[in-house]
Ligand binder design. Structure first.
Ligand code: CU
Length: 165
């Protein structure tokens, strides 16, 4: 291997580091398993997604914009004395090199004031907003009201009770 060939990987490596340093929050976050539990009759629907942060710093999910829903809030569910309740939260931290899950019974998006009826099978685009102002457009699958979180089994059942109030 001559000297010039040996330098090429070094150069590429340097470029990658420079790119990573300037990446926005949205560049560092990967969204997966995004879905909406569609509730009948204009009731607020829950939105769920798994967010993976591949960056070196904590990223905060600050809010969500949507053309479909006039109002979207970040909520956290909890159970106190056997009663399900939920509260509004301002942001959800996604740790560096970690994940944060919005799932039935925990953090979730509360989707309200649909501008048009959302049907099961629809894909609904939600724009996730992060600390630095960057956004990540994500397609959420609309699922029926009795859908369970496929990954959490009984936890999904608990979430269903909560959201039926
Ligand atoms: Cu809620």
């Amino acid at each position: 291997m001559n000297l010039r060939a040996a330098r090429l990987p070094l150069l590429i490596c340097g470029l990658l580091i420079a790119f990573t340093a300037s990446a926005s929050d949205a560049d560092n976050v990967k969204a997966s398993q995004a879905w909406i539990r569609v509730m009948p009759g204009g009731l607020p629907s829950g939105g769920y997604v798994v967010l993976e942060n591949r960056g070196e710093q904590t990223v905060n999910l600050r809010g969500v914009r949507s053309e479909t829903y006039g109002e979207v809030m970040l909520h956290k569910s909890s159970t106190e004395g056997g009663m399900g309740r939920m509260e509004k939260v301002d942001s959800l931290p996604i740790p560096a090199h970690g994940t944060a899950a919005l799932s039935p019974g925990g953090y979730h998006l509360m989707l309200m004031k649909a501008s048009k009826p959302v049907k099961v099978g629809d894909k609904v685009k939600l724009s996730l907003q992060f600390t630095d102002g960057s956004t990540l457009d994500t397609d959420f699958d609309a699922r029926p009201a009795n859908a369970m979180d496929s990954d959490s089994g009984m936890a999904g059942m608990a979430g269903m009770d909560h959201h039926s109030h």
